[in-house]
Design a protein around this ligand. Structure first.
Ligand code: C2O
Ligand code: CU
Length: 593
C-alpha cells in the first residue's frame, strides 16, 4: 500500500515538474472571439459593422515568443468568415492559417471553430484579420509577441508600449457592396477616411469628439507597435516634431532607422521607439495615403493626439507634422523602404539562402479577363477587370486546396502554375499589344519540395495603364528581400546588386511601381500556403496563388493531422464571390486599378 502511495506522489511530482518545464518553454493562451454586428457612428452616420467582442479594432493578443494560442471563434454575424494570423508561420499547421477556400471553408453563422496558433521565431508585432471577402475592414487586431521570458529586446527596454492600428473606413456595408460591385460591375468601394485605433480624428466630419488620445510622460521612451490594417492602400505615417526610430518590421528586428515619417504597406507591422522629449503640449500623429496609381486619390487625413501629462498651458490646437510626404511622393516612400536592413548580429543571426534550387520569375499585372473568351475579339466590347500572376488570374475552388490536397481529392486545382510567364514582353513599356492584357482564370498552384531554396523575382507591369506598387504577402513564411529596382529585371546585372548580408526579413513587401522585387526563402514549412497582393481589390481580381510545400521524410517535417472539427465545405460555385469586376457601368478603368 505504502509503496503505491509513494509512487503516486512521485508521478504527481513528475507531472508538476514537467508542467513547470513546459510552462517556461511555451505558455498556452486561450482567447474567445465572438463575431457580431455592432453600431458605430462615423462621418455623422450610424452604421452596423462586424466586430470581434464588440471592439473596434478588435482585441489585442499578447504572447511571448514560442507560445501557443487557442482562439475559439464563434460566428454570430450574418455571413461565413475565417480568421488569419498574419505573419505567424504556424510550423506544419496550415489547418489554422485561415484564408478562405485555401486552407478552410468558412465558419458559417451560428457555428464556431477553434484555431491553434503556433508561434515560433516571430518576435515583435503582428496582427490577425478576417480572410474571407472584404470583412477584414472591421475584423482585425494586433498581436504583441514579447521576447521569451528571461530574454529582452535588442534595445534599451522601453518605459511603456502603445498599439497603433491604422485602418480605413468605408461607408455602408463594404462586404455587400463589394459583392454587388462584382455582380453588377459597379465601381469598387473606396475608403472614406483613415482610422487610428478606430477613430478618424479631428480632420473628418463629426469625428473630433472621439479622436484617439494617448498621454505620454515627458522623458519616457515608448515602443509603438504599428499595424497597417487598411484594405487597399499604402500609408505615410508621422508624429509632429518627434523622431521615430524603427527597430522592427513584421516581427523581425532591423537595424534602427531614425526618421521623421514611415511608409507602411497594408499587411506590414512596425515596431517604433519614440521618446517624449519635446516641449509639453499636444502633437498630432497622422496617416495619409501614399498613391502610385492613377487611381482614386484620397486626400483624407487620419489623426490622433499625443498629449504630454503635467501642468502646463497649451491653448493652441495640436501641432501638425511638417515633414509628411505628399500622396504621390514615390521618392520619399522608396527612400524610406530602401533603408530597411535586418539587424543580423550575433544574437539575431539570419540565414539567407545562397544556393537557390528553385527560381521563379513572376509577372504581377493588371489585366482584362475574357470569360469564355466572349469579349476578346471585339475591342469595343466591355471587359472585366482582373489581375494576375504569370497571366493566371486565381479562381477560388469550392473545396479548399488544403482539404483537396490532404485528402487526395482531384478536380479542385491543378499543379501547373508556371515558373515564368509564357510570353515575354517589355513589361514596363507604356505602349503594348492588346494581347498581353488578356488573362485567364484558373486554380493553378505551385508545388515545392521540402527544403527547397526558392528565389522569386516579382516583375511589375504597365499593362492597361495599371502600373502601381503591389504589397506581396506570403503565408507560412517570412522571406528575405534581397533586391529591388526600377524597370524590367535584368537577369545578368541585377543579381549582382543583391544584398545577401543583411536583407530585411518580411512577410509583406512592395514590388515597386514599374519595377521588380527579388525575395528568397527556404521551403521548410510543409503545408498549403497562400500568397497574394495585400490590396484587397487586387486579391479579389486574382493576384494570388498557392504554394503546396511537400512533406519531408520524418513526422517532424510533415503536415500535422487535421483537427477533427474543420468547417465543412458545403458550397456550390453559386454561393461564392468568384466573379471579377465587370467594368460595364464603372466608368474609366483608371479610376480603380
Ligand atoms: Cu494579411 Cu492573406 O493576409
Ligand atoms: Cu497589387
Amino acid at each position: 500500500m505504502e509503496g503505491r502511495y509513494i509512487s503516486w506522489q512521485t508521478i504527481l511530482a513528475c507531472f508538476f515538474l514537467l508542467g513547470q518545464f513546459l510552462w517556461v518553454r511555451a505558455d498556452v493562451h486561450y482567447y474567445d472571439f465572438t463575431l457580431k454586428e455592432m453600431n458605430v457612428t462615423k462621418l455623422c452616420v450610424t452604421e452596423s459593422i462586424l466586430t470581434v467582442n464588440d471592439l473596434f479594432p478588435g482585441p489585442v493578443i499578447r504572447v511571448h515568443k514560442g507560445d501557443i494560442l487557442y482562439v475559439n471563434v464563434t460566428n454570430k454575424g450574418d455571413y461565413g468568415i475565417t480568421i488569419h494570423w498574419h505573419g505567424v508561420k504556424q510550423p506544419r499547421n496550415p489547418w489554422s492559417d485561415g484564408p478562405v477556400f485555401i486552407t478552410q471553408c468558412p465558419i458559417l453563422p451560428g457555428s464556431y471553430f477553434t484555431y491553434e496558433v503556433i508561434f515560433s521565431e516571430e518576435e515583435g508585432t503582428l496582427w490577425w484579420h478576417a480572410h474571407s471577402d472584404w470583412t477584414r475592414a472591421t475584423v482585425h487586431g494586433a498581436i504583441v509577441i514579447l521576447p521569451k521570458e528571461g530574454t529582452t529586446f535588442p534595445f534599451p527596454k522601453p518605459d511603456a508600449e502603445e498599439v497603433i492600428v491604422l485602418g480605413s473606413w468605408y461607408k455602408g456595408n463594404l462586404n455587400a457592396e463589394v459583392n454587388d460591385a462584382m455582380a453588377n460591375g459597379s465601381d469598387i468601394p473606396h475608403s472614406r477616411g483613415w482610422l487610428i485605433n478606430g477613430e478618424l480624428g479631428d480632420f473628418a466630419n463629426c469625428s473630433s469628439e472621439t479622436t484617439y488620445r494617448w498621454s505620454v510622460n515627458y522623458g519616457k521612451t515608448y515602443l509603438l507597435r504599428i499595424v497597417n490594417a487598411v484594405n487597399d492602400d499604402q500609408l505615410f505615417f508621422a508624429i509632429a516634431n518627434h523622431n521615430l526610430t524603427i527597430v522592427g518590421l513584421d516581427a523581425a528586428y532591423i537595424k534602427p532607422i531614425a526618421t521623421s515619417y514611415v511608409m507602411i504597406s497594408p499587411g506590414q507591422t512596425m515596431d517604433v521607439l519614440l521618446t517624449a522629449n519635446r516641449p509639453l503640449g499636444q502633437y498630432y500623429m497622422v496617416s495619409t495615403q501614399f498613391l502610385t496609381e492613377s487611381a482614386y486619390m484620397n486626400m483624407d487625413i487620419g489623426s490622433a493626439i499625443i498629449e504630454y501629462t503635467g501642468d502646463y498651458n497649451f491653448s493652441s490646437s495640436p501641432i501638425f507634422p511638417d515633414r509628411l510626404p505628399e500622396a504621390k511622393d514615390v521618392e520619399a516612400a522608396m527612400r524610406f523602404t530602401g533603408l530597411i536592413r535586418s539587424l543580423a548580429d550575433e544574437d539575431y543571426p539570419i540565414s539567407v539562402p545562397l544556393n537557390v534550387t528553385m527560381k521563379m520569375f513572376i509577372v504581377v499585372s493588371m489585366n482584362y479577363l475574357c470569360r469564355n473568351r466572349t469579349y476578346c475579339d471585339d475591342p469595343t466590347a466591355h471587359k472585366i477587370i482582373a489581375s494576375s500572376m504569370n497571366n493566371i488570374s486565381w479562381a477560388n475552388p469550392t473545396v479548399d486546396v488544403l482539404e483537396a490536397y490532404y485528402g487526395n481529392i482531384s478536380g479542385y486545382y491543378t499543379t501547373d502554375f508556371p515558373d515564368r510567364p509564357l510570353v515575354m514582353y517589355n513589361f514596363t513599356a507604356k505602349d503594348k499589344d492588346d494581347d498581353v492584357a488578356i488573362t485567364d482564370e484558373a486554380t493553378k498552384v505551385k508545388v515545392l519540395n521540402y527544403n527547397e531554396s526558392v528565389e522569386i523575382v516579382f516583375q511589375g507591369t504597365d499593362v492597361i495603364g495599371g502600373s502601381g506598387v503591389h504589397p506581396m504577402h506570403m503565408h507560412g513564411y517570412s522571406f528575405y528581400v534581397v533586391g529591388m529596382g526600377q524597370g524590367n529585371f535584368n537577369n545578368e546585372t541585377d543579381p549582382l546588386t543583391y544584398n545577401l548580408i543583411d536583407p530585411p526579413k518580411a512577410n509583406t513587401f512592395i514590388v515597386p511601381k514599374s519595377g521588380w522585387l527579388a525575395i528568397r526563402f527556404v521551403a521548410d514549412n510543409p503545408g498549403v500556403w497562400f500568397w497574394h497582393c495585400h490590396f484587397d481589390r487586387h486579391l479579389s481580381w486574382g493576384m494570388d496563388t498557392v504554394f503546396i510545400v511537400k512533406n519531408g521524410e520524418t513526422e517532424e517535417t510533415s503536415i500535422r493531422p487535421p483537427p477533427s472539427d474543420m468547417p465543412a465545405c458545403i458550397f456550390s460555385k453559386h454561393d461564392i464571390s468568384i466573379r471579377k469586376w465587370d467594368d460595364n457601368n464603372a466608368g474609366d478603368d483608371q479610376d480603380y486599378l
